[in-house]
Design a protein around this ligand. Sequence first.
Ligand SMILES: Cc1ncc(COP(=O)(O)O)c(C=O)c1O
Length: 348
Amino acid sequence: MTLIDLRSDTCSQPTRAMREAMAWADVGDDVYGDDPTVKELETESAALLGKQDAVYMPSGTMTNQVGIRAHTEPGDAVLFDQNAHVYLLEGGAPAAYSGTLPRLLPGIRGIFTAADVAAAVGRPHPFFPSTVPAPVKLLCIENTHNLGGGTVWPLEQLLAATAAGRQLGLNLHLDGARLWHASAATGIDVAEYAAPFDTVSVCFSKALGAPVGSCLAGPAELVARARRFKQQIGGGFRQAGIVAAGALYALRQHRSQLPEVHANAKRFAVTVSQMDGIDLDPAHVETNIVLFRLTRGSSAAFVDQAHRLGLHVLPSGADGIRAVFYLDISADDADRAATVVGKTLAAL
Ligand SMILES: Cc1ncc(COP(=O)(O)O)c(C=O)c1O
C-alpha cells in the first residue's frame, strides 16, 4: 500500500527533467552576486510580478520575514490577518527577528475588508499624542490564504484593502506563496495581483514542485535593503544556482498544470462532502487546499486512523482536517484518498 501524502504541497518531488536541469545548471557564488542561474530566476520572477528586482532565498519564511524586516524598525506595528502564515506559522519571527508588534485583522477565511484596515490603524486626534501607540508601518496580505483553505482574494476587495492601507501611509507586503494558484484559479495575471504591493514573496517549492526556494520582489531600493537582511540571517547560499534551476524549471514548466491540481482537490472535496460525519462546502475549495471539519470525534484520532489506512493528512485544530493537493497527486489518488476518508470515518 503506498501512502497518499496530502499533508502539504511542500511534499512534492522534483521530476527527472527538473533534476536534469538542476544537475547541469551554471552556478557561481551567490553571495558575490556571481550565480547566473540565480540571477536568471530573480530577473524572470521580477518581470512576471511586474517589479523592478527580486532576490532568491531558501524559503518562503525567509522572504516574508526579510520583507517585514526591510519595511520596519523594531517597535513598529504590522497588520496581519488573524490566521496569517507570517503571524502564526513562522516561528514568531515578526517579534523575534524584526521586533515588530502584530495588530490582527478579523479576516473570514483569510479575507478582510478596507474598513477592518482603517479600524485597526485608528484615527489620530490632536488630544492624543502620536508618540504613544506603536506606529503601524506595514499591511500584510496572504493570497491564496493557507489556513483559510486556499482562499483567493477577490480582486476588488484586494484593491480596496490595499488602497485603504496606502491612504493610511502603510507599506504593503504580499505573502504570495501560492499566488500562482490564485492566478491559475481566476485567470488574473500574477502581476495584476502584485501591482498594489511594494513587496511580494512567491514560493517555488509548494505545488509548483521545486525542491527549494522563494523570491522576494519589489522596488530596486527595497530589494537591495532586503539583500542585506538575507545575508544577516544566513541566507547567502553560495552555489544556489543548483536549486534555483529547479525553481526556474518549475516556473516555466509547472504553472500550466495547476488547474489540474485544483480539479483534483475539488474532486476529492465533492466526494468527501457527501459523507456523514464531515462538514465541508466544496464551493469553499477554490485552489489546492481542502479544509473540512469532523462533526464527531477528534482530528487527532482521525489523522492517526487515516494514516494506518494509507492517507497522510494534518489536523487543523480540535476537529479540522487539512488535505493539500499538488502535482504528484493524480485524479486516481484523489479518489483513493476519498475512499480512505470514508473507511476512516467507519472505523472510528
Ligand atoms: C502562505 C504561506 N506563506 C509562507 C510559507 C512559508 O514557506 P516555507 O515553508 O518555504 O518557509 C508557507 C508554507 O507553507 C505558506 O503556506
